[in-house]
Design a protein around this ligand. Structure first.
Ligand SMILES: *[C@@H]1O[C@H](CO)[C@@H](O)[C@H](O)[C@H]1NC(C)=O
Ligand SMILES: *[C@@H]1O[C@H](CO)[C@@H](O)[C@H](O)[C@H]1NC(C)=O
Ligand SMILES: *[C@@H]1O[C@H](CO)[C@@H](O)[C@H](O)[C@H]1NC(C)=O
Ligand SMILES: *[C@@H]1O[C@H](CO)[C@@H](O)[C@H](O)[C@H]1NC(C)=O
Ligand SMILES: [Cu+2]
Length: 339
């Protein structure tokens, strides 16, 4: 309901064929010898946290390679791609595969262009939401070893493109004033606009109910991909909030903007966690679930069901590959696992 380069041929860990550029598609599977391990944010050491945050700051300082209107940096490239594709990648069958490829491409940019040697971390919000208090206390919002905190209070304004004032219990709405990203003004967003604006957040307690371990358990126990993806994201006619909504809503501000949410670096940790839930679900029955995909390819008619051959469009950020190639995170070009 919320909806409302570099070809990586080798997988690191030290294994890099000298002739990597000539490795063809059939060799990519075998190139994934050392999957990198994605960890929950709070299990990283202070040094690892610092290196990740530093790599994101590095992307925010490198020049853009796309020609989307308004982009200045490599970080903006990703945000602008998401804006440009927003109606095609949400509430559809390719939602999870597309975001899997998107987060992985971002992770690759951090590694290949910013010297980051770790994996993309994720944010397991159940660790915060289960504790019946505001996410304010979460270490993920630490000003030094995290992403900074809430936006400053602006009464009557929640910092999102849409006026979500009907959602109770929110605070903030203004600029994030602490942490590593307080000084980075976004140029993409809000919505489809191009404006010079600060990163906003508006924490609320209401949305925490949608990201509890109870909700997650109800998602991962679904027997088919169709039921799983609907319980995770909803459909164009779903009226209640799902775990995907919960992570966006509870942080609020830019994160609650269905177009420009990748402007908040936390986006990649939230979607990393959703991707992890998909992988956890797949892992319960790999034989069947590595091939289970469903859902329409568009919100509007004519309706076509997605298949494993459906190509994931990432513009110039990464080659378009079929969903089939992102079904198993352990294989190239993904090559990661979850701890
Ligand atoms: C948002 O909507 C509420 C009512 O739903 C209204 O009171 C408030 O003034 C609106 N805020 C803005 C910034 O439009
Ligand atoms: C960043 O954006 C805010 C508005 O959101 C503005 O007040 C501020 O001047 C901008 N800073 C820079 C350096 O452009
Ligand atoms: C659990 O998921 C099912 C299937 O989507 C749904 O009908 C039900 O309302 C969910 N239960 C809770 C408590 O969210
Ligand atoms: C699309 O998939 C749904 C189930 O997810 C099924 O009911 C429907 O018949 C399929 N449509 C086509 C055209 O295959
Ligand atoms: Cu998205």
């Amino acid at each position: 309901m919320w909806s409302r380069f570099l070809l990586l041929l080798v997988c690191v860990g030290g294994f890099a064929p000298a002739f990597a550029s000539s490795v063809d598609a059939s060799n990519q599977q075998s190139a994934c010898r050392h999957p990198i391990v994605r960890q929950e944010w709070r299990t990283l050491s202070p040094q690892q946290k610092g290196r990740y945050l530093g790599a994101v700051k590095c992307l925010q300082a490198l020049p853009a390679i796309t020609s989307f209107k308004g982009v200045r940096t490599r970080f903006d490239d990703f945000q602008a791609l998401h804006v440009s594709l927003m109606p095609q990648i949400h509430l559809v069958g390719q939602f999870l595969p597309w975001h899997r490829r998107f987060v992985s491409t971002y992770e690759t940019a951090l590694r290949n262009e910013c010297g980051y040697t770790g994996a993309q971390p994720y944010w397991d919000w159940t660790k915060d939401a289960d504790r019946a208090h505001s996410i304010v206390q979460s270490p993920i919002f630490d000003p030094i070893f995290g992403f900074g905190g809430n936006g400053i209070d602006i009464p009557g304004y929640d910092g999102a493109f849409h006026n979500m004032s009907f959602i109770p219990g929110w605070t903030g709405g203004g600029c994030v004033t602490d942490g590593p990203f307080a000084s980075y003004n976004l140029s993409i967003g809000p919505g489809t606009l191009v404006t010079n604006h600060c990163l906003t957040r508006s924490f609320n307690t209401f949305a925490l109910d949608f990201i509890t371990s109870k909700q997650v358990a109800n998602t991962t126990k679904q027997p088919t991909f169709e039921q799983f993806r609907v319980e995770l994201e909803g459909t164009p006619v779903t009226s209640d909030f799902k775990v995907h909504d919960g992570g966006h809503l509870s942080v609020g501000g830019e994160m609650n903007d269905r177009w420009s949410s990748p402007g908040d670096p936390l986006f990649y940790l939230h979607h990393g966690n959703l991707d992890r839930l998909w992988w956890l679900w797949q892992s319960k029955d790999l034989k069947k679930r590595l091939k289970d995909i469903s859902g329409r390819t568009s919100i509007d008619p004519p309706f076509v069901n997605v298949t494993l051959d459906f190509k994931l469009n990432l513009g110039v950020l990464a080659p378009a590959i079929p969903i089939r190639d992102v079904m198993d995170v352990r294989n190239s070009p993904l090559c990661y696992q979850y701890a």
